[in-house]
Design a protein. Structure first.
Length: 245
């Protein structure tokens, strides 16, 4: 398969997936259906026609404005589409074709988890389970040298390590310091990556968290009460994959 064709395919699929993820992350937390319901303008409520929902292209053609009322269209959907497209492109550019496709799937599945945790401190069990199931199916494509025993160990080590930290914090401080979804996500990552990559993933995630905290404090003089550690884990895991595990 020519690289140009694979790259074009990944960009296209990524943009389409990003459009779906943007809608999902917008609707799901408010209780709206993800699978049904027409997209509408946030300013005037006008239902957006199908030809105005082409990922990336529609935003450019409409110059970021609603065709009906001329109101500005938020950048989040465009950013999500671009991010998903970049995930697909970078994966096949940096890795061999089969691994690149699997890495793109891995990144695409992580994207809604990263967004939902960052925006709402929420890691839906259904998405974490989907990530785990796809790890069983596509994990061997992504990390072919990892044995199934190492993947099983990764599930247990990933989940139990963070769950023990979570429970210890709760025991000593009398309140939750980590969400219940973080250990589940770390366990699901263990299926994809094996236990060997989990320490590096945790190290990078912690470094990202410290950087975010420092940036918020120094640049904006602001400190979040809770940090989306699941988001940091997702970004770190994809970075580890791109670095070759």
């Amino acid at each position: 398969m020519p690289l140009w064709f694979l790259l074009a395919s990944q960009l296209t699929v990524g943009a389409i997936w990003g459009s779906f993820v943007a809608a999902m992350c917008s609707r799901w937390p408010t209780g709206k259906s993800v699978a049904t319901g027409r997209s509408h303008c946030d300013n005037c409520g006008y239902q957006i026609a199908a030809y105005d929902l082409v990922p990336i292209a529609s935003y450019i053609v409409l110059k970021g404005k609603c065709r009906h009322c001329g109101g500005r269209i938020g950048l989040l959907a465009l950013a999500t589409e671009l991010t998903a497209a970049v995930i697909g492109a970078v994966a096949v550019l940096l890795l061999p074709p089969e691994q690149g496709i699997a890495a793109a799937v891995f990144g695409w599945l992580l994207l809604p988890l990263i967004m939902l945790d960052y925006q709402h401190l929420w890691l839906p069990n259904r998405l974490v389970l989907l990530l785990a199931v796809m790890g069983v199916l596509a994990g061997p494509m992504l990390t072919p040298d990892i044995a199934w025993t190492d993947r099983a160990t990764g599930v247990l080590a990933g989940f139990l390590s963070l769950e023990m930290v979570r429970q210890a914090f709760k025991f000593f401080r009398k309140h939750d310091g980590m969400g219940a979804g973080d250990p589940k996500l770390f366990g699901a990552l263990g299926i994809w990556l094996g236990w060997q990559a989990l320490p590096m993933t945790l190290l990078i995630a912690s470094a990202i968290g410290l950087t975010v905290v420092a940036s918020l404090h120094v640049i904006a003089n602001h400190q979040r009460d809770a940090l989306p550690f699941g988001s940091f884990l997702g970004v770190a895991a994809f970075a580890v994959v791109l670095m070759g595990g």
